[in-house]
Design a binder for this molecule. Structure first.
Ligand code: GLU
Length: 287
């Protein structure tokens, strides 16, 4: 078993991250496998070296030791761009110049009713899908995945993955993904952002494959994005790992923790005299 923890260095790690990291670490250790660390720093406008250093410090303090070298997404941009060029040559992505405002306006046109939301927000109404496409991958240009074309390229109407944890609505076991559902409830998602040259979806799939992750352990908030990842894995011809989505750690009011919840930062607990054991107890990994 190979698991991973893949934080973005855009703020302090909080209890939710501690839970995710310890769970993935313990699963790997219990099976005699490996636990890997990846720094998801493609968003260079928000990533900070200071937060990256804090991640290493927090994990060491928690007793979470990773195997092998740390993978940093900012060092893999050439790989991401190479794959985008291939997808463009296959006609599976197209450039998109729509702003958020354009999308919201097109998606809520009177005849359309209220805009539908997918894993990435408002479902793209397809405005740029029929425009002519330049075969060269352009810098500073957003590209979207043609969901329908991706299924047609695979010659499939349906894909599947195995969930050993739980999605937000209790989904577990084999989860099926259909072309019709993805067209309706996901839409043509962005695979390369104009400002990043890549996207979370593209990078996470290529990195999990490159690091040969067998079990992806992460929060249930990413369950809905998994169908996009599985579709991409098939298109790119890489294996689909087993997914284990876990509960989200909430504050005393039942609200999900976010990066801005500095009050629950691991470093704050440490400064306040808590031990790593106290953290394990607080997130329910120890009684
Ligand atoms: N980088 C993501 C985050 O910090 C996690 C991505 C993943 O585990 O797939 O929320």
């Amino acid at each position: 078993m190979i698991t991973r923890f893949a934080p973005s260095p855009t703020g302090p790690l909080h209890l939710g991250h501690a839970y995710s990291a310890i769970l993935a670490h313990d699963l790997a250790r219990a099976s005699g496998g490996q636990f890997l660390l990846r720094i998801e720093d493609i968003d260079q406008t928000r990533a900070r070296g200071q937060w990256e250093d804090q991640i290493y410090e927090d994990l060491e303090w928690l007793g979470v030791r990773w195997d092998g070298p740390v993978v940093r997404q900012s060092e893999r941009v050439t790989t991401y761009r190479g794959v985008l060029s291939q997808l463009l040559a296959k006609g599976l992505i197209y450039p998109c110049d729509c702003s958020r405002k354009d999308i919201a306006a097109a998606a809520s046109a009177p005849q359309e009713g209220a805009p539908l939301l997918g894993p990435d927000g408002v479902i793209y109404p397809g405005t740029c899908a029929t425009k002519p496409v330049d075969p060269e991958l352009e810098p500073n240009q957003a590209y979207r995945l043609r969901i329908a074309a991706a299924f047609e390229y695979l010659g499939k109407e349906k894909l599947e993955f195995v969930e050993t944890g739980q999605g937000p609505n209790g989904h577990t076991g084999p989860v099926s993904i259909t072309k019709a559902d993805m067209i309706r409830s996901v839409g043509d998602v962005v695979l390369a952002r104009r400002d990043m040259g890549t996207s979370y979806h593209l990078s996470v799939v290529l990195d999990d494959a490159a690091q040969e992750i067998t079990h992806v352990t992460r929060g249930a908030d990413l369950f809905d994005a998994t169908q996009i990842h599985v579709l991409l894995q098939h298109v790119m011809g890489v294996p689909t790992p087993i997914y284990h989505h876990h509960k989200l750690i909430r504050d005393e009011q039942g609200k999900r923790l976010a990066k801005r919840d500095d009050a629950r930062a691991i470093s704050k607990f440490r400064d306040d005299g808590y031990s790593p054991k106290d953290i394990r107890k607080r997130v329910g990994l120890m009684s």
